[in-house]
Design a protein around this ligand. Structure first.
Ligand code: GLA
Length: 374
């Protein structure tokens, strides 16, 4: 296996006194609550990322500071700290990542980490996965653990589960580790095959944050995943991947997963064909399914979808786990015109709800990796 550093063209260094790692967040164009059912997803990495600067530390401790989050994190470098006891709470990701890499054989030295992120937090844009991926890359490298990118995604997910207890799938970590500028990623979450599909220049990806904190997400996410696992077990299957629509017609949760998988594949075809009207229709159908069958939408997300379509998007949907967070839409617009559309949507959303919808044009960014300071 090659070291991750070897995968980054031009980034080879020997014994750098300082290293810097970066990992992007993501927005999912379509395919939610399918990754943990071994289904299909179509995310893109964002050009917003978490960056970790690494310098040698002292006393067998991994210490971390954040430019955005409060407190100093201080955990044992040998991984013996229980992640969920760590304060400040973002330090649980540090402890989770230290444990996840040491259990796979890394010997993490004393380190000081400086964390900084431009991924909006708590919005369903995978700010936590960006942090977990960047930590995994930094700690595996410092601890001489060789990982390929799929392994790194699994380790980062493990770190996140240790930190939060939320049994997530692999979409966010894979999107962060395989992102390509200007491309969406069709990911088969069973084989982990990934195809990068260009996003045509005349399609603008619109992202709008409902401004709702996702306080219910953790417990309800686990419940939805359990419902999918029960539905698969009742069919004698390990996951819903191979279930047919006839088999799940009367189970709304499972029906969402089966129909969503079909929508992802159709959307990938439409993206290849630059057929924005079909993409938009599939996004609207996805939102309806997430709202009515999977029950993870909120009135605010529904409103944002309607406002985006009113303002000129051909389709929109909630993106990520739901229960708050962001919606994503597509419009046949140049980025500057898309900015004007988003400004109108934010103003109308604020009038209707009193909430501030931070909105931006989503640009597909590059994969997580090593960068050099200076
Ligand atoms: C969260 C999880 C992902 C995925 C989405 C829903 O973002 O981290 O693994 O399950 O929800 O698609």
């Amino acid at each position: 296996m090659r070291r991750l550093r070897d995968l980054d063209p031009g980034a080879r260094v020997s014994r750098p006194p300082k290293a810097q790692w970066r990992a992007p967040g993501r927005v999912n164009l379509i395919g939610d609550h399918t990754d943990y059912c071994e289904g299909f997803v179509l995310p893109m990495a964002l050009d917003r990322e978490c960056v970790i600067a690494v310098t040698p530390g002292a006393d067998d401790r991994v210490k971390a500071r954040s430019l955005q989050l409060d407190g100093v994190v201080d955990v044992a470098a040998d991984g013996h700290d229980e992640p969920r006891t760590i304060e400040p709470s973002w330090g649980r990701f540090v402890a989770g990542a230290v444990q996840a890499v040491t259990e796979r054989g890394a010997r993490v030295p004393a380190l000081d980490l400086e964390v900084s992120s431009t991924v909006p937090t708590g919005s369903g844009l995978s700010s936590s996965s960006a942090l977990a991926v960047a930590l995994t890359l930094a700690l595996a490298d410092a601890g001489d653990l060789e990982l390929d990118r799929r392994d790194a995604a699994r380790v980062a997910l493990d770190a996140e589960v240790r930190a939060t207890g939320v049994p997530g799938g692999l979409m966010d970590q894979l999107a962060s580790l395989f992102g390509e500028a200007g491309h969406a990623l069709l990911i088969d979450c069973r084989s982990l095959d990934i195809e990068a599909i260009p996003i045509p220049d005349d399609i603008a990806v619109l992202v709008a944050d409902s401004g709702l904190p996702r306080t219910l997400a953790d417990s309800e996410y686990a419940q939805r995943r359990a419902a999918c696992e029960q539905a698969a077990a009742a069919l004698g299957m390990a996951t819903l991947r191979d279930a047919t629509i006839d088999q799940v017609r009367n189970d709304p949760r499972a029906r969402h997963v089966v129909t969503e998988n079909a929508r992802v594949l159709a959307c990938a075809d439409a993206l290849r064909a630059n057929d924005i009207n079909t993409i938009g229709a599939l996004m609207l159908a996805s939102h309806a399914s997430l709202r009515d069958d999977f029950a993870v939408s909120t009135p605010e997300l529904d409103l944002l979808v309607d406002l985006l379509v009113d303002a000129g998007a051909v389709g929109a949907r909630l993106t990520g786990a739901g229960f708050g967070g962001c919606v994503v839409g597509v419009a046949p617009l140049a980025d500057t015109d898309a900015d004007a559309v988003l400004a109108r949507v934010s103003a109308r959303y604020r009038t209707a709800t009193g909430l501030v919808a931070n909105a931006f044009v989503g640009r597909a960014g590059t994969a997580a990796g090593h960068t050099l300071l200076r």
